[in-house]
Design a protein around this ligand. Sequence first.
Ligand SMILES: [Zn+2]
Ligand SMILES: [Zn+2]
Ligand SMILES: [Zn+2]
Length: 154
Amino acid sequence: MKTTQHEAHTHDHTTDFNQLLKSNGLKVTKPRLRVLEVISDKKTAITQPELERVFGAEIDRVTLYRILASFEDKGILHKIFDLHGTATYAICSTKCSADHHHDQHVHFICSVCNSVYCLDEISVPKINIPTNFSLHAIAINAVGICEVCQAQQD
Ligand SMILES: [Zn+2]
Ligand SMILES: [Zn+2]
Ligand SMILES: [Zn+2]
């Protein structure tokens, strides 16, 4: 037996991201790829000011704003509001499409560091809303202390 290739494989995100952009009808551009790279590298959701700091002069504010808006629109990113009401962004599950977000999962927000984690495996429960209302999204935030802050407290 000599197949350990699976475990050792380094994932080439760039190919995936090229594909992701194309399948959403977006042109593959350096700034778009960079935004995807940075957001998917992080374990937690990221705010636009944080992204601005990461990119510095590489991507200007207006371009970044437009990229985030179009990604949200296409179902590539979803927006979560942290404890201060600041918008944070995280990569969507592959099931999301334009105008249709299917990643209705619970988010964990740390009350110490204010990090937002996607708990992808915990779906939000189905709720019955009054018949004349139309439901677009349910947001459930679990608030507590994340593993990083927990470890620092011990
Ligand atoms: Zn989504
Ligand atoms: Zn924390
Ligand atoms: Zn999420």
